[in-house]
Design a protein around this ligand. Structure first.
Ligand SMILES: Cc1cc2nc3c(=O)[nH]c(=O)nc-3n(C[C@H](O)[C@H](O)[C@H](O)COP(=O)(O)OP(=O)(O)OC[C@H]3O[C@@H](n4cnc5c(N)ncnc54)[C@H](O)[C@@H]3O)c2cc1C
Length: 362
């Protein structure tokens, strides 16, 4: 762009009180909280694509807070108090989400979460820990029966009755409507190239001014400010055709949470397995890793044993962001330039409370 009219300058280049980069669950939740706290602020949200194209509308829609094998794995390298606090945040975050968004607006169902085991010894280790995690849930939520063991389709299973699933796209659509209703401007197709105190530069060299800037760009943050320690982690998901019979209802985890699946009606959604080729998946590239896809297809055939003709009808990748540990990061990286990122694979549970936490800091 070479010239700017008087009118454009007057309208579009005014200094904003806050520019939020990224229209995912973090950006939207923070925007709503901040505008409620500062109703007089002039807030702009910019998103690189025609629709939000980060993890928030590409995830699996699990409303979950931790399978036992994943929690035991976390406890091997993280203090118990830290892991328990994360479970508390996820559980309370889900309550906040369900209190805020009407269930029918996001197709929420309390379907229950399952963990599937194919190794008897691993199951026994996790089953022995059921009492311990039920005690955690008694402290956290005042419930005594969160986890229980059972058998499904011939496999030993640990069931968590306080987990559910939802339609990730509908959740984001609802959030965007609230953001617009709060009088916050959203500009789609506005990719940010660089940021410094007071200034946001878009890919087409438009320069915007703001008193404060929030990067809610999750796994993509390094593309704007490479000093931010958020590592991208690509996740792969596919959805099958409608099957005559769906033997796997509800949400499911396997292999310390690395593989996850659920039903969407009579379709199977399956994803994960990034541990099969972990270092290659530390990327923001939207490309399917054939080794991971093959691993998941084998899992459907050998373990889930779907009957009849099944085929992959949709497949995609999405980018998560991991900070040091699994704890999300809110940090002022330069004067009045903040980063809120690193919700890892738990943004559905953590996102809304994270927005409140960001609003309390900025
Ligand atoms: C495959 C997959 C499955 C998952 N499944 C689940 C699940 O079942 N349950 C769960 O709780 N969590 C899940 N997650 C994690 C969850 O989706 C994330 O933790 C959460 O969505 C992160 O939200 P966010 O707003 O911080 O980031 P994002 O949703 O990634 O938002 C960042 C936004 O910034 C935009 N952006 C990036 N760069 C720029 C730029 N330069 N200029 C302008 N805009 C930019 C992006 O387009 C994007 O819209 C999954 C993630 C993936 C990838």
């Amino acid at each position: 762009m070479t010239t700017t009219s008087f009118w454009e300058q007057d309208l579009f280049y005014k200094p904003y009180d806050l520019i939020i980069i990224g229209a995912g669950i973090t950006g939207c939740s923070a925007a709503l909280e901040i505008s409620a706290k500062h109703p007089d602020w002039n807030i702009l949200m910019v998103e690189r694509n025609f629709y939000p194209s980060g993890a928030s509308s590409r995830n699996a829609g699990f409303a979950c807070f931790g399978s036992i094998s994943e929690l035991l794995d976390d406890l091997e390298h993280t203090d118990e108090a830290v892991v328990k606090e994360l479970v508390r945040k996820r559980y309370e975050g889900l309550l906040l989400l369900r209190d805020t968004v009407p269930a029918e607006e996001m197709d929420f169902e309390m379907c229950g979460g399952h963990e599937l085991f194919t190794d008897k010894e691993h199951f026994n280790t996790c089953a022995d820990a059921v009492t311990r995690f039920n005690d955690w849930m008694k402290d956290i939520a005042g419930v005594s029966d969160a986890y229980s063991t059972s058998k499904v389709n011939g496999y030993p299973v640990i069931f968590n009755k306080y987990e559910g699933y939802l339609h990730s796209g509908k959740l984001m659509q609802w959030l965007h409507t609230q953001v617009r209703n709060a009088g916050i401007e959203i500009r789609w197709g506005a990719k940010v190239k660089s940021v410094k105190t007071g200034n946001v530069t878009l890919d087409n060299d438009i320069h915007l001014n703001a008193h404060r800037i929030l990067l809610a760009t999750n796994g993509f943050t390094g593309g704007i400010m490479d000093e931010v320690p958020i590592v991208p982690a690509r996740g792969y998901v596919f959805v099958t055709n409608e099957l005559e019979e769906m033997p796997w209802k509800g949400t499911w985890h396997y292999d310390k949470g690395y593989i996850y699946f659920r039903n969407i009606g009579n379709r199977l959604l399956l994803g994960g397995a990034r541990n099969v080729d972990k270092s290659k998946e530390e990327t923001t590239e939207d490309k399917i890793n054939p080794m991971i896809k093959a691993h998941l297809v084998q899992f459907v055939m050998n373990t889930l044993k779907l009957k009849g003709n099944w085929a992959i009808e949709h497949e995609w990748t999405g980018i998560m962001g991991f900070g040091p540990g699994k704890t999300p990061m809110i940090k002022e990286i330069e004067t009045d330039v903040w980063v809120g990122a690193g919700l890892s694979g738990m943004g559905v549970a953590l996102g809304m409370q994270f927005g409140k936490d960001i609003a309390n800091k900025i």
